[in-house]
Design a protein around this ligand. Structure first.
Ligand SMILES: Nc1ncnc2c1ncn2[C@@H]1O[C@H](COP(=O)(O)OP(=O)(O)OP(=O)(O)O)[C@@H](O)[C@H]1O
Length: 316
């Protein structure tokens, strides 16, 4: 039998809740019940339906999901190009809902860098690779002097192994070279976060692997936090954490870690899939699990000492 809590216990619970760190207090990117509703011709589309996501500083992670699940909507919000309808979003201490137009411009120039799928969208066609990388430095005013800007541009092109393209215009480079130069442009102002929306979408698989290696180099050498939206299973399989978005919410997450066999010293990567549990206790079960057990509308739950059992309606 349970007894009602005393007033002192209730007061203690309130004070515990107050002292508990806020959701995402130690994350670089925090999306808290993010909602984005588009209205066209009187019809509402809920592109994001209360999406929660935390990304730690220094992570290299992938976002996956079916077409229309809300990935680009999320990326546009994180890039400061669109504003959410409701919820909260913070990146590197900036509140994306309350930024002024001037803050937003500074945010796009200094805090985030982005690489888009269409190689042509990332670079100015009439500038060389080195000039493309130097341009954001000039616009933000972080490097004074043409020589200092060119030096920084060449350093980044070198890091991404496209130094030989420095004096070429985009149409004189391959798609893969253009994307590597695009990554250098995005990194020019040393952003805290690099966002990439299908950066390998227009490339063959071998070139896509090289582009992914360029992201890894940026992450490991410069410590940049990187979020990549991808359909490419090979890319999604290379990162430690892949978050799946379904119907405008984060639904499942795959974490990969290396395990070393004590006997042979052989290293293998072990992947494990998790369902996301939101702060209201809501859980999205994978669609194939629901189909396999013909679960719909409602399920029976049972609390065990170390797990919760979930059964199709009518079987318990
Ligand atoms: N500007 C807009 N106006 C109206 N509806 C929009 C707009 N942008 C996106 N949507 C709708 O919001 C939903 C999510 O779209 P979004 O582009 O974010 O999906 P996605 O996961 O990036 O898809 P894809 O993989 O095909 O790029 C879709 O139903 C889409 O039609």
């Amino acid at each position: 039998m349970t007894t009602d809590p005393s007033l002192t216990e209730l007061a203690n619970r309130v004070s515990d809740a107050r002292d508990r760190p806020a959701y995402g207090h130690d994350a670089l990117i925090t999306c808290d019940r993010l909602v984005r509703i588009f209205t066209t011709d009187g019809v509402e589309v809920q592109a994001l339906q209360g999406l929660d996501l935390l990304v730690r500083e220094g992570e290299l992670m992938a976002l996956v999901g079916a077409s229309g699940s809300g990935k680009s909507t999320l990326m546009n919000i994180l890039a400061g190009l669109d504003t959410p309808t409701a919820g909260a979003a913070r990146v590197a201490g900036r509140d994306l809902l309350t930024m002024t137009a001037a803050d937003r411009l500074a945010y796009r120039r200094e805090t985030v860098g982005f690489v888009w799928q269409q190689t042509a969208r990332n670079l100015l066609p009439y500038l060389t690779a080195a000039q493309n990388v130097a341009l954001p430095l000039q616009l933000s005013g972080t490097r004074k002097g043409r020589r200092a800007r060119r030096e920084r541009a060449l350093e980044l092109l070198e890091l991404l192994q496209v130094a030989d393209c420095r004096d070429r215009r985009p149409q004189q480079m391959s798609g893969g070279q253009q994307q590597r130069v695009a990554i250098a442009v995005a990194l020019a102002n040393a952003p805290a976060v690099l966002l990439a929306d299908e950066p390998t979408g227009e490339l063959d698989s071998q070139t896509a692997t090289q582009i992914f290696e360029a992201f890894r180099t940026a992450n490991e050498t410069l410590g940049t936090t990187i979020v990549i939206v991808t359909h490419d299973q090979a890319v999604a399989g290379e990162v430690r954490r892949t978050v799946a978005i379904r119907d405008g919410r984060t639904s499942t997450e795959v974490l990969r870690r290396s395990e070393i066999d004590a006997a042979t010293g052989h290293e293998t990567v072990v992947a494990r899939e998790y369902a996301m549990l939101d702060r209201a206790g809501r859980l999205q079960l994978p669609a194939d699990y629901l189909r396999a057990l013909d679960m719909r509308d409602r399920v029976a739950l049972e609390l065990e000492s170390d797990h919760i059992g979930v059964w199709p309606d009518g079987t318990r």
